[in-house]
Design a protein around this ligand. Structure first.
Ligand SMILES: Nc1ncnc2c1ncn2[C@@H]1O[C@H](COP(=O)(O)OP(=O)(O)O)[C@@H](O)[C@H]1O
Ligand SMILES: [Mg+2]
Length: 324
């Protein structure tokens, strides 16, 4: 099968005062035709910068990116015809125009032949279930409705390749579920689009993607199918403690499993997750270490998630910001 996206050593550097940030630092991978590929990483990993380089919004400082057979540097117009871009839905639409007028405007902008525009827009309004609201101004739409229209906009010239940046960021759970389902069932399976999506939600990547690349600090640390990535964990079980009290990763350096240890905060609780072959033994050691600092509220043993693998392979947490 042909490759729709080929990146070789792609690099983008931002200069800040006297220092520089290698937001994308020598990234190489290929995405096959029809593949649903996920770029997973915490805030600041470089995901959006990578998408912007591939979509010709930013000029890379090094390496090459071939998209739909066109080189982003030599043939940016060729690239733009092959791609639909979906980034933070709301900013890509005109709020004072109706949904219909937005689509007409973008159809003209992307050079959809005049005699095809009506048919194309009707298809998209039907596809996104927006027919009843086509004449309403976009400013009246909820963020979920705007995201639907932004998807229609990205599809207006029927591009074979879609670049989707954080598709469910800021959406309520109902719409997030709808958008995920839609990407998988309609865009990928039915319309056979080649899709590169970024996310910092590991369950989103796990649920949707054929293959996933872990990105951290501008680099790709691992790339495989979600199930193969999970098999990369040397230990088969995850011990999880729910605690009350302040805990830090440094508190656990003495235990041999500390490389895979991850602490996250949620609703005022600390969750400590560690991979292990021997949960009972590890638990007694953890209890000793934690006893004076925090109260253990519950103990759980589970299988590794993609997030556990991410922590193990990159040493970073998906939830912690990498921004300096
Ligand atoms: N326009 C910019 N100017 C300077 N630094 C930037 C710019 N855009 C992004 N960065 C920096 O590049 C790094 C990667 O950012 P970004 O690509 O937005 O990551 P992600 O999308 O994974 O959260 C961060 O350190 C960020 O601060
Ligand atoms: Mg981003």
């Amino acid at each position: 099968m042909a490759n729709d996206i080929v990146l070789k050593n792609l690099t983008k550097i931002f200069k800040k005062h006297h220092s520089e940030v290698r937001a994308v630092n020598g990234v190489s991978f290929e995405i096959k035709e029809g593949e649903l590929f996920g770029l997973l990483g915490p805030n600041g990993a470089g995901k959006t910068t990578l998408i912007k380089c591939i979509s010709t919004l930013l000029i890379p400082d090094g390496g090459t990116a071939i998209v739909g057979g066109c080189d982003v540097l030599k043939d940016p117009l060729g690239v733009r015809k092959k791609i639909g871009v979906l980034t933070g839905g709301e900013r890509s639409l005109y709020w004072k125009l109706s949904a219909l007028d937005n689509l007409k405007y973008f159809a003209a902008l992307y050079g959809v032949p005049k005699n095809k525009v009506k048919e194309r827009i009707e298809f998209l309004l039907e596809l996104m279930d927006l027919k009843d609201r086509a004449n309403e101004n976009v400013e009246k739409f909820s963020s979920g409705m705007k995201q639907k229209l932004a998807i229609a906009r990205a599809l207006v010239h029927d591009p074979p390749i879609l670049l989707i940046d954080e598709p469910t960021l800021g959406l309520d759970p109902y719409f997030a579920r709808f958008i995920r389902q839609f990407i998988k069932e309609e865009l990928s399976k039915k319309l056979r689009k080649t899709i590169l999506l970024t996310t910092h939600y590991m369950d989103e990547a796990d649920e949707l993607c054929d293959r996933v690349a872990f990105m951290n600090r501008g680099r790709i640390d691992a790339l495989d199918t979600p199930s193969a990535l999970k098999k990369a964990m040397p230990q088969e079980q995850i011990l999880e403690l729910k605690c009350l009290g302040d805990l830090y990763k440094e508190d656990f350096v003495q235990i041999k499993e500390s490389a895979s240890l991850n602490i996250s905060r949620q609703d005022g609780f600390h969750y400590v997750r560690v991979s292990t072959d021997n949960p009972e033994m590890l638990l007694s050691r953890l209890v000793e270490l934690i006893r004076d600092r925090a109260k253990i509220l519950s103990v759980n043993v589970t299988s590794p998630t993609l997030e556990d693998v991410f922590v193990y392979l990159t040493g970073a947490s998906l939830k912690e910001s990498q921004d300096e």
